[in-house]
Each structure stands twice: as structure tokens, then as C-alpha cells.
Design a protein around this ligand. Sequence first.
Ligand code: NAD
Length: 269
Amino acid sequence: MKLEGKVAIVTGGARGNGMAAARALASEGADIAIADICGNIETAPYQLSTRQTMDSAVQELKEMGRKALGIECDVRKASDVEAMVKQVLETFGRVDILVNNAGIAGLEALVDMSEEAWDDMLDTHLKGAFLCCKHVVPHMIEQNSGKVVNISSVGGLRGFGMGSHYCAAKHGVLGLTKSLAMETAEHNINVNAVCPGTVWTDMMAGLAEHFGMETADAKENFLAGHLFKDREICPEDIGKAVLWLSTDDSKCITGGQIAVDCGWTARAP
Ligand SMILES: NC(=O)c1ccc[n+]([C@@H]2O[C@H](COP(=O)([O-])OP(=O)(O)OC[C@H]3O[C@@H](n4cnc5c(N)ncnc54)[C@H](O)[C@@H]3O)[C@@H](O)[C@H]2O)c1
């Protein structure tokens, strides 16, 4: 197995793309710490994971024969992130892989957007990634190895109307990825991003429900940009990309991004 003896932190790992990434890393032997808010954010118009969601994810990883730990952590908060990383180090003794995946979504015109909605979006995606890197990367530098995989989005590569906060955050995540790659290459650390197209997770289903859209209509709308019409992107497809960027199979890639988007961005400028 490619990740035997390695330890990974997956933020927002209780469900969706994060859990699929955790499962993929565990399938190659990594022990996993899931860090998830396990509670709602007022400006996110759908339910986030609960403690129970995280506990069942941890249970599944343990049943795969891995060590697994679930930690309640709001990545917007420096004190939560610091305590989470401390607990992972006390439990496992090292961190080899950091997957910055925690995220929320919303659809709102900029002129109607509250400052709170903007802050929650930027703080979850961008400040969260910054804080996790700030607390994890020093340990990677010390051990002279590490993999950071940031989950951006097609929204990090182009704009979405009604998504200025989401796209600003996801573009920012790519900037952070490139800059951190430059700062850490001499320490044998790879920093990359995955940009998913539409994946029908609880996030997308929750958004559709909030806006009173029928699932079939919502899917048609949200999946319209994909070039392949005969397949949907599954969380497992995101997990596989995260896994590849977390092993030495991708050792020569840093500061890069993989769009798992069924070709959506192929025709974007
Ligand atoms: N689903 C898509 O179509 C899609 C497309 C592109 C990118 N993404 C990105 O993939 C990532 C995962 O999304 P998903 O679709 O699996 O959504 P999801 O809602 O199913 O999972 C997100 C997880 O993040 C957790 N979370 C949210 N805010 C948090 C915070 N402040 N601190 C800690 N945990 C927090 C939630 O509780 C949840 O478990 C996000 O970064 C999202 O932007 C998703």
C-alpha cells in the first residue's frame, strides 16, 4: 500500500467529497483524522454535518482497518485549528497529508449579500486553508516531507453569477496553493489543488432544496457545463484525484491543479 504509516487530516471530512478523499487515502493505508464543524453556519442555506455524521465516517474508516479520529473543528477559528492539529499530533505523532476540503456554498447576488455571508464563505474556504496550513506545514518542514491538497472548484477557474463570494474564495485557494508550493518545495512538500465540477453531494442537494428546485431541474442546471453527458462526477472521482496528489506517483507536480470537471473548463477562457 502506498500510504502505509502515513497520517492524513481531512477537513470537512464527515461526508461528501471529504469523506470520499478520506476513504481513498485509507484504502492505501493512511490513518485519518477528520476535522469537521459538526454544526450549522447561519449563512449557509442548508444543513452541514452533525457529530453523528462524523462518527459514522470514523467508524467506516476503522472498519477498513485504519486508525481514525473525528475532531469537532470550525476551520474559521484559529483556536479550533490549533487544538485540532495538536490533538492529531498527540494521537498519531505526525501529519503527512493535509486535505483542505471544508466548504459551504450559497447563491446570492453581490448587491444583496450580507457582510456576514461574505465573511463566512471566505473564512471557511480561504482562511480555513490558511490556518490549517499554518499549523500543519511546520511539522511537514520538520520531517522534510508532506502533501497538501486544497479543494478548489471550477469556481476557482471562472466566475459564477450569484457566487461572487464562493468564486473569490476558490480563486484565492489557487493563489494560496501556488504561493505555498513556492515556499515549501525546498522542504520536499507538494502543494496542489483539485477543482471539481458539479458533484451531487449534500451541498448541491441542499442548495437545490433551499431554492425550491426539483432535483431533475437542478441537476440539469448545475451539470449543464459538463461536456460528458453520459456520466456524473462522484465524490469518489474527487477522492481518486486527492489520493494521486497525496502519493509519490505525483512527486513532480506542485503548485498545480487538476480539474475533475467532465471538461467544463475546457471552453472557459
Ligand atoms: N459538490 C460540488 O459540486 C463541489 C464542486 C466544487 C467544489 N466543491 C468543494 O468540495 C468541498 C466539499 O464539498 P461537498 O460538496 O462535499 O459538500 P458537503 O456539504 O457535503 O461537505 C462539506 C463538509 O464541510 C463541513 N464544513 C463546512 N464548513 C466547515 C467549517 N467552517 N469547518 C469545518 N468543517 C466545515 C461540513 O460540515 C461538511 O461535512 C468544498 O470545499 C466544496 O466547495 C464541491
